[in-house]
Design a protein around this ligand. Structure first.
Ligand code: SAM
Length: 359
């Protein structure tokens, strides 16, 4: 069981890296966690309707997605990234919704890659449009790509995409990403009981043969529309055990504090896998992530109930000082540790959807 965090006596009191003039300070929250990663949802729309994320019954033709004028422009996003980078953010991940449905997203990649301090720009995609975009993304300065793929069985994949998406399109996207030089490529698979758990070994084999790093994700209780039940969660321990019986695994040390995935290498040297056990082995203690929604609200947890409006500042008369002040206040006050508290939370919370918040 993970030990609880302890509030620091002095909030933000270990800002040892803060310059005397107060600018460019590394931000620490109330548990001493640095702000290091910014996940940016570039759109709340997606061309898939995975039932665990955007069930078609809810996200149907009458669903009201954000209107265009409410979505941050690339210039506004880049401005937030610049301010965040001045306060310690070095990693940016573009997500959604489906980031590749946003037109010219590579232009945003180029803008973010020019921001001083950002040394890692990743993108999480369902891969359906990746074949045609991989080269442009690479040229724009994207450093890493993660492709979501829940099954290599075409029938199961089609069903899990919620729209009958052809598996071949995603496989072509993966091939294209490898061809233009992304490496290593991570492949995310959410494992849901009775849906694709039988395909875990096939996914592991696929990753081994093609040189992709499979990342198996425990089905999470994000949002309120997916009808999550604990019994539908296939635990990371079960996943590791299933793979280990066929392809023996050895656990690896974390590469850095707060690493989300527990990593294992294959004993025969044919690559590695990761498991993301946010339900059974929460990793709130090392969480250094903030999330920016497509409409410019800042969230400090995937399970947060409310965000903070940056768009009003971005579109108002205030300069970057107001952005910095809000970012600093929100991060320093941060006490989120939902995944560790999950078991003791009795009241249902009005959580926001992952497709809105950015996965
Ligand atoms: N559309 C992109 C994609 O498919 O990768 C990016 C957004 S998606 C919300 C990001 C990741 O969140 C995907 O890997 C998806 O499988 C994962 N995800 C969505 N809902 C989830 C849930 N309830 N539990 C665990 N992972 C989930």
């Amino acid at each position: 069981m993970t030990s609880p965090l302890h509030l620091r006596d002095v909030p933000g009191g270990d800002d040892a890296s803060a310059p005397a003039d107060g600018t460019g300070a590394q931000l620490n929250d109330r548990f001493g966690r640095h702000l290091r990663d910014l996940r940016i949802s570039v759109t709340d729309r997606c061309n898939f309707r995975c039932p665990y994320c955007m069930p078609a019954e809810v996200f149907g033709k009458d669903y009201r997605f954000l209107p265009r004028n409410e979505i941050l422009t690339f210039e506004e996003i880049a401005r937030v990234v610049r301010v965040a980078a001045e306060h310690g953010v070095t990693k940016v991940r573009l997500t959604g919704g489906e980031p590749l449905v946003r037109q010219d997203v590579e232009r945003l990649v180029a803008m973010v890659s020019g921001v001083k301090g950002v040394d890692d720009i990743a993108l999480t995609t369902n891969g359906s449009a990746l074949a045609g975009k991989a080269q442009a993304l690479r040229d724009a300065g994207l450093t890493r790509v993660t492709v979501s793929l829940d099954s290599v069985d075409a029938r199961v994949f089609e069903a899990m995409s919620g729209v009958g998406a052809p598996l071949g399109r995603v496989l072509e996207g993966l091939d294209a990403a490898a061809r233009v030089g992304f490496a290593p490529i991570k492949v995310n698979a959410v494992v849901k009981r009775g849906v694709n758990e039988d395909g875990v070994l096939d996914l592991a084999r696929f990753g081994r043969e093609r040189g992709f790093v499979m990342r198996f994700i425990e089905y999470m209780d994000v949002g309120t529309t997916n009808g999550w039940r604990l019994e539908d969660v296939v635990t990371a321990a079960e996943i590791v055990a299933a793979i280990d019986t066929r392809f023996p695994l050895r656990q690896l040390e974390a590469q850095y504090p707060g690493e989300v995935a527990r990593r294992y290498r294959y004993a025969d040297g044919r690559g590695e896998i990761g498991v993301i056990a946010s339900v059974t082995q929460p990793f709130c203690q090392g969480c250094t992530r903030a999330r920016l929604t497509a409409e410019g609200r800042l969230y400090t947890c995937l399970f947060a109930t409310a965000g903070h409006d940056l768009r009003a500042i971005l579109r108002g008369p205030s300069g970057d000082g107001a952005l910095e002040a809000l970012l600093g206040r929100v991060w320093r006050d941060r006490t989120d540790r939902y995944s560790e508290e999950r078991a003791s939370v009795t009241e249902p919370r009005p959580r926001v959807e992952m497709s809105y918040l950015g996965g």
